[in-house]
Design a protein around this ligand. Structure first.
Ligand SMILES: *[C@@H]1O[C@H](CO)[C@@H](O)[C@H](O)[C@H]1NC(C)=O
Ligand SMILES: *[C@@H]1O[C@H](CO)[C@@H](O)[C@H](O)[C@H]1NC(C)=O
Ligand SMILES: *[C@@H]1O[C@H](CO)[C@@H](O)[C@H](O)[C@H]1NC(C)=O
Ligand SMILES: *[C@@H]1O[C@H](CO)[C@@H](O)[C@H](O)[C@H]1NC(C)=O
Ligand SMILES: *[C@@H]1O[C@H](CO)[C@@H](O)[C@H](O)[C@H]1NC(C)=O
Ligand SMILES: *[C@@H]1O[C@H](CO)[C@@H](O)[C@H](O)[C@H]1NC(C)=O
Ligand SMILES: *[C@@H]1O[C@H](CO)[C@@H](O)[C@H](O)[C@H]1NC(C)=O
Ligand SMILES: [Ca+2]
Ligand SMILES: [Ca+2]
Ligand SMILES: [Ca+2]
Length: 823
């Protein structure tokens, strides 16, 4: 007989047992005055029928309230049989304990409300049993019957009865540890979920320093419960690894022995490409995992491994810093940790920062990048060298926001100088600037606040100059970042970086504040009244948005000095790495929409099973860049299905000039957002190096400061359709388009243009990229004759529709990620 049946016996059997009769009797006495009064008042037959038939307690409607929890029995030992609900031992023990539990509850003032109870699982230590019970509470008392109130009644009973032996059978047979009571409110939903998993129940005790691989679900089960129990003073670290590219299975982790919604740590829906491996921490030594099947598969779509990690280990995890100072603190913390063995200890770290503006280290939640645990409490004391400096915390895809009212923070609470801020996962960079005013030390704390947690949080820290936080740039107060001012792009979400500009995206003559195009700077013609545009062209100038930064960090005034065969930097770094951007000498005059072979030697065709899907651009020996949206469909997400062709001209015929590659790595920008198309860029690493030829050449990557001036004629290329709804072309096509001012385009698209986008096309329409061109290049020719990559075909309304420009990924604003990724 299974445990389910045992429980049903308790709940559903209608012949009342002695206990139940006694219970009902209690109820009658309790409610008697009420119903007698009501009957006298109403006197109606219907009402008489009502109470005769249904019993007096129904005069006031009642509500079932569920509680779940656990208790420890000191004089019994856990045995392996108790991990199998279908075993005889399980059934006998749970029936006995159920009876004991009922007697225990009925020995308290909760007796009149008792409805049912179930023991659903056992655990070690010596024997822990997990239960839920229901109280039938009159509506008027529903609010009073809080978990605290019920807990208090049960606790009181346990503590007073411990010395008065023999009063009730539950104490004669079982020695209950009164300190072990855990009680939580639960819901009908929780009980339903719990019941659905009991056909596949897995108990695992995790020993210290053991990494336990959990057995996967039963083939016939549609839902399973893993109940993990570790040694005291430990947390459970669960590792989840998705093994299939696609699945819709659901997994949820709870900070409790059963699936209680208000103890949910986190849940996952479907095999995730973004998070193929996840580690989740519990707050204590108990955790449960619930799996729900989505569709049939021969293989488990996931692997689960569990480990018990001691609380002390958080010291090591919290001070991962390259700083020698940090190591010193780490050692000290470890020593202190051994001495104190404080089980509530968290990441408490003192950091002394040193002068200078470079990054000094990182702070993170314990066991980063594991999810932080539901009881994370971190405190970082930072000491700065002087009051000239403030502290900056640099976050990645996580931002801090003020929370209105006292609502709990759902993604971590931060207290910084008595300001309460809530963390929030985003798809942007964020910097929190902490001014240092009266004392050189400042305290930053992080707490999880609720049981629901999220990915581990990490921030790099550095100092900033309080009197000049953003040298020659604009401090965007919304996200704490320094952004280029007056460059024609609203980098700051509130657009303040482009307000009050004398010259927007133009050069300002020093003598009279007239604005001239950057292309007229250092072109050997005097354009400003007294020629300030031609001054200092051969020497270093202060860095600004459009000054090129040499390898030695000095800046040059001449716009786009990169690879123009003139040495502009003192260290000649502007003329290094220039084997790019050349078209082979073309044998005939180019016109029309068909390109000629070798005209665009960086153009790549990205194919799946012989079909052209997207364009790409060769940017380095083994790297092709394309748009992230080409890979957003699950079926296109795996690098192994793609073939990259370089040197291709005809789509339908292979030529001796072309080379095909497999893709060894496919990386999407971590901030790429499907709906907004922001950060629409992906990098493909080819399986073997490219051998350059007249038909295969990389394009030049622009410098961050590279200026692609609005109005410039640039080229787009691809095998895409010639018109909306048309078919792909067999011959590589080309079209010239005009770069469009950011604010004009932004207006045309109702302000959905981000700083990572660049528009090109014509107001009247005419020429545009179309289906099949996605990810392909938008390239501009410098006066030196070299071609530079300005954009990637990203999106746009239709193809060449009047009033709507084509929208491209702006290469200069995703360069940082590209360079970092390519190493
Ligand atoms: C428990 O509650 C249910 C639903 O209200 C009710 O049908 C059942 O009779 C109750 N059982 C006991 C023993 O009070
Ligand atoms: C239950 O009561 C005991 C004793 O009063 C207390 O120590 C414990 O914290 C309470 N637990 C909850 C969840 O309120
Ligand atoms: C139970 O008895 C022990 C010793 O016999 C005593 O120390 C303890 O205080 C008693 N507890 C209560 C709740 O009376
Ligand atoms: C950190 O500094 C605070 C005050 O500056 C001090 O109270 C605390 O003990 C220090 N903690 C450690 C681990 O050094
Ligand atoms: C901070 O900036 C001011 C103004 O630019 C400068 O004078 C000062 O030297 C800077 N201080 C530090 C510590 O860098
Ligand atoms: C240009 O230079 C001349 C001579 O140095 C000076 O008189 C004049 O004021 C300058 N013009 C401006 C606009 O600064
Ligand atoms: C390839 O396409 C071109 C142009 O559409 C066509 O003329 C040619 O016959 C095709 N070749 C093959 C082998 O299909
Ligand atoms: Ca700007
Ligand atoms: Ca000039
Ligand atoms: Ca140069």
């Amino acid at each position: 007989m299974s445990m389910m049946e045992a429980e049903e016996q308790e709940e559903d059997v209608n012949t009342p047992s002695e206990d139940e009769l006694k219970n009902k009797g209690c109820d009658c006495v309790r409610y008697a005055p009420l119903w007698v009064a009501l009957v006298l008042l109403a006197g109606a037959g219907a009402l008489t029928w009502y109470f005769l038939d249904y019993g007096p307690r129904h005069l006031e409607s009642t509500i079932l309230k569920f509680y779940s929890g656990s208790l420890r029995i000191l004089n019994y030992q856990y045995s392996l049989d108790l991990s199998r609900p279908e075993s005889r031992a399980f059934w006998t023990e749970s029936a006995k304990l159920q009876k004991m539990l009922r007697e225990f509850i009925c020995a308290t003032d909760l007796e009149p409300y008792y409805n049912s109870s179930t023991v659903y699982a056992f655990g070690e230590g010596s024997l822990t049993f997990f239960f839920w019970f229901a109280l039938q509470v009159p509506e008027s008392q529903y609010k009073e019957m809080t978990t605290e109130r019920v807990n208090a009644s049960l606790s009181r009973e346990l503590f007073t009865s411990i010395n008065s032996t023999g009063r009730l059978s539950y104490q004669t047979e079982y020695k209950v540890d009164p300190d072990s009571l855990v009680l939580l409110e639960s819901s009908v939903k929780d009980i339903v979920v719990l019941k659905s998993t009991l056909g596949c129940y897995r108990y695992s005790h995790i020993r210290e320093e053991e990494v336990l691989r959990l057995k996967g679900p039963d083939y016939l089960a549609s839902s399973c419960l893993w109940h993990l129990h570790g040694p005291k003073g430990h947390m459970i670290k669960l590792r989840l690894e998705w093994t299939l590219p696609e699945c819709r299975d659901r997994l949820a982790m709870y900070d409790e022995a059963g699936p209680l919604e208000n103890r949910l740590i986190t849940s996952f829906y479907g095999c995730s490409r973004q998070e193929p491996v996840v580690e989740v921490l519990s707050s204590g030594h108990v955790m449960s995992v619930v799996w729900k099947k989505a569709m049939y598969s021969y293989y488990d779509p996931f692997l689960l491994t569990a480990q018990a990690v001691p609380f002390e280990a958080v010291f090591a995890g919290s001070t991962k810093t390259s700083h020698p100072q940090g190591c010193f603190f780490l050692m000290r913390r470890l020593l202190q940790g051994r001495q104190q063995r404080d089980s509530t200890a968290a990441c408490q770290v003192n950091l002394t920062l040193q002068g200078g503006l470079e990054m000094q280290g990182k702070i993170n939640t314990p066991h980063y990048p594991s999810y932080y645990s539901p009881n994370t409490h971190c405190t970082w004391h930072m000491t700065v060298p002087s009051l000239d400096y403030g502290v900056v915390l640099w976050f990645d895809a996580y931002a801090l926001r003020r929370q209105k009212y006292d609502l709990p923070c759902t993604q971590g609470q931060w207290i910084i100088q008595n300001r309460r801020l809530c963390g929030q996962r985003t798809l942007q960079a964020y910097a929190e600037r902490i001014p240092v005013v009266s004392s050189t030390s400042t305290t930053i704390s992080f707490t999880s606040q609720i049981s629901l947690t999220g990915p581990g949080v990490q921030a790099a820290y550095s100092l900033y100059n309080q009197s000049d936080p953003c040298p020659r740039e604009f401090l965007c107060s919304v996200n704490g970042l320094c952004v280029p001012a007056c460059d024609g792009i609203k980098d700051c979400p509130n657009g303040l970086d482009e307000r009050n500009c004398v010259c927007s995206a133009k050069f300002q003559c020093q003598e009279d504040s007239t604005c001239i195009e950057f292309t007229k700077v250092c072109d050997q013609h005097l354009d400003c009244v007294n020629g300030s545009d031609e001054e200092q062209c051969n020497q270093g100038v202060p860095c600004a948005p459009f000054t090129y930064q040499c390898a030695d960090r000095s800046c040059v005034k001449k716009p786009n000095p990169q690879c123009d065969s003139v040495t502009d930097c003192k260290d000649s770094s502007d003329e290094k790495h220039c084997d790019c951007g050349w078209q082979a000498p073309l044998t005939r005059i180019v016109g029309g929409v068909n390109s000629i072979e070798g005209e665009w030697p960086w153009q790549a065709s990205l194919q799946v099973r012989g079909s052209h899907v997207c364009g790409g651009t060769l940017i380095a020996d083994r790297w092709v860049v394309s748009a992230a949206h080409c890979f957003q469909d699950d079926r296109l997400a795996s690098p192994s299905i793609w073939t990259v062709y370089l040197g291709k001209y005809f789509l339908n015929i292979s030529s001796q000039n072309e080379v095909s590659f497999k893709v060894s790595r496919l990386l999407l920008h971590p901030y790429y957002e499907e709906d907004s198309h922001d950060y629409d860029v992906a990098l493909l690493q080819l399986d073997h190096p490219v051998i350059k030829s007249p038909f295969i050449q990389p394009i030049c990557l622009p410098a961050h400061s590279h200026l692609f001036e609005p109005g410039l004629r640039c080229w787009i290329t691809g095998w895409g359709a010639l018109k909306e709804g048309g078919h792909a072309n067999t011959i590589l096509q080309k079209a010239d388009v005009q770069l469009i001012q950011q604010d004009l385009c932004s207006e045309a698209y109702h302000y959905q243009i981000s700083p990572r986008m660049l528009c090109a096309g014509f107001h009247q329409g005419k020429k545009d990229a179309c289906q099949g061109d996605s990810g392909g290049p938008l390239v501009c020719k410098e006066s030196s004759g070299r071609w530079f990559l300005a954009g990637l075909v990203s999106w746009g309304l239709g193809c060449a529709r009047p009033g709507y420009y084509g929208v491209y990924t702006r290469i200069t604003s995703v360069l940082g990620w590209m360079k970092q990724t390519m190493g």
